[in-house]
Design a protein around this ligand. Sequence first.
Ligand SMILES: Nc1ncnc2c1ncn2[C@@H]1O[C@H](COP(=O)(O)OP(=O)(O)O)[C@@H](O)[C@H]1O
Ligand SMILES: [Mg+2]
Length: 310
Amino acid sequence: MVLRIDDLILRRAGGVCLLGPLSLTLAPGDRLGLLGESGSGKSLLIQALFGVLPPGVVQSGGTLSAFGIPMDVPGPRRDALRGARLAWVPQDPLQGLNPLLTVAEHLALLPGIHRKESRREALARLAPLVARLGLPSDPAFLDRFPHQLSGGQRQRLCLAMALSCDPELLILDEPTTALDPLVQRAFLDLVLDLQRERGLGFLWITHDLALASAACDRLLVLYGGQPLEAGPIGNLLSAPRHPYTARLVEAARRQPSMEAGFLPAPEDRPEGCPYQPRCAFRQASCTTWKPWRNTPEAGFRCEHPLQIPN
Ligand SMILES: Nc1ncnc2c1ncn2[C@@H]1O[C@H](COP(=O)(O)OP(=O)(O)O)[C@@H](O)[C@H]1O
Ligand SMILES: [Mg+2]
């Protein structure tokens, strides 16, 4: 298994649960979407995977592994994966870039660590990829610093870095949120082409159902830190069973990007199903709802699911 997460639970140091229990698996070449509103714990999941949880957040349960190697315990075997077989395009490109390094230095960074390539060797090997990503390759551009690039160029530089050591799994944390729709579409097409050519698997994190349905073949829907529904994207779009998924599908039909909803802060989350205060189908039993242990590959977690349309 390329990626395996079992019953992961993340908490604030004070004890409030931020995410989980959450389980997921990714096989080679899988295209899994993780869909959830802002604040639902998506970025924390990736930070836990890469061992860079922010101060104040702790993992209080579960395990994470990539290619059979535990990612939640530090060690050289884990470090050898990060940026090589397993690569991450962060939500904020500036988070992935060092203000003191030039474009060329960024491109050569991971190949230097993981492949012991010189800068010249790395740039020569990566020239076709850089061109493919639509980044200039003239010396003046290669000598620029992150603040001298456009938002789209920064994001493509992060993608070039993520791809620089031929990863088998790409983790994309809302990579296109800051891009305008045309650039967003070009970025999506590029990742899908690379996915097909290289058999690359990806975990695409987004709050945009339209984007997720264009990018992925399987989806895990998160709300308030809880997975509520999972399954093949076609099933979720045509016959959502959780009212929250249904609402997302309806909103995506009305307008291409997801409606902004009100997500309670982690400490204000209700008893039971995290969606029940907003749910049109709420009943008393929704407050005694139990979260999933071992999120299934396909299924929904709801006391009063929507019926399958005939
Ligand atoms: N350093 C931190 N300390 C405490 N709480 C945090 C910290 N970072 C994030 N959180 C909380 O964790 C929740 C999930 O954050 P995040 O994973 O960034 O959400 P998403 O990526 O889905 O928008 C948020 O409610 C946020 O308030
Ligand atoms: Mg995020």
